[in-house]
Design a protein around this ligand. Sequence first.
Ligand code: SF4
Length: 449
Amino acid sequence: MSAVDEIPLTHLSDKKSHHATEAGNYFVANYPPFSFWQKEQAFAVEKVLDSPAPKDIPLGLYFHIPFCRKRCHFCYFRVYTDKNASEIRRYIHAGMEEFTRYAARPYLQGRKPHFVYFGGGTPSYLSVPQLQELTSRMKDLMPWDECQEVAFEAEPGTLNEKKLEAIREIGVTRLSLGVEHFEDHILESNGRAHRSGEIDRAYRFARSLGFEHINIDLIAGMMNDTTELWQKAVAKAVEMQPDCVTIYQMEVPYNTGIYKQMKEEGKVTAPVADWETKRAWVSYAFDEFVKAGYTVTSAYTVVKNPDKIKFVYRDALWEGADLLPLGVASFGHLGGIHLQNQADILPYIDTIEKGGSAIFRAYATSPEERFIREFILKLKLGHSRPSYYKAKFGEDVLTRFAPQLNWMVQEGFAVIGDDQITLTRDGLLQVDRLLHEFFMPHHRHARYT
Ligand code: SF4
């Protein structure tokens, strides 16, 4: 009997197919859970950085821009809406100082990024000169000539023609627009800064500039959404014909404005659609996109031309690539060690300016944890080949995870065929809820974040 099936699968006995949305995290972004990452393990990152550069591990760069025009009510990131140009400049300088020091370490010397990701916050909040300065300094430290993808998150209301041209010129290949919904009163009542007119303008101009890959993000279950309005939003998204659409199901983590309000009012249930409704809405969207020629490529994405349109950042990360985290609160992974930077901007900048390390917590993964991490994250794609895990990790997933997989088959969440585990639509739409069952026993019932 393996360590994994020694304890009862309590989540799996929860057969409720629908429940109200309560506060907490749904989305599984990484493994082991963040609550296990510790300051004391930061030394493990230093050890990796002193070791020779690997020949066969792809490297990605992540730069975090923590600024937004307004804080959305569902936002669980640490964002700043009050920083002026000189404070932003100081932040960029700190990030580049951090990068300069990393680039000089043996583990990173001579390496070039395979992919670059600008996340936030709102990267498009930066002005054109700020963007140009940031990216030219990044390229001086590590040229982007071997980059397969430069991804950039943008809030439609921050984009104008000049900025979009600059974003294209610095080398962005994947532009991701945080649309979320098209209905103005939904955008407004959820605290979004942009409105539908700005989405149309930004999208049309971005298309005319010839970005290789435009993604739009939607959220199923924003406050005040209805089936009718959701269907209208999906129709609009289909009409736009983006290369990729990412659809999240609304969750209400504890550090959101929505949760704060719930607490003040003594409510347990969040004022958003229940999970069954959210899944039905995503399923509806998947069906509409499939009718329009798209392919469902994961629990959250539909892609117009999957042979051409790839998401390098996601796929490389899930397969264990190195990711150098730059900037406040950034997450990364180097030589098997997870790490996250200081989460507040001023301590982050001060630490860097005084010559210190911005790493706030880290976790040295074991080979077994790296296997589980890759298996669960890639299960979000909706299919998994057991022979891949046998070859890469020497693990027989069908034996090791027999109780979990058998249960999923019985419940109609998965089908097991010849060297193939395939999630059904029902399984795919609640995959994050199911993934906890594949965690090691001591991680399974712990706090996730
Ligand atoms: S735009 Fe994104 S990062 Fe900024 S407040 Fe809204 S959800 Fe948070």
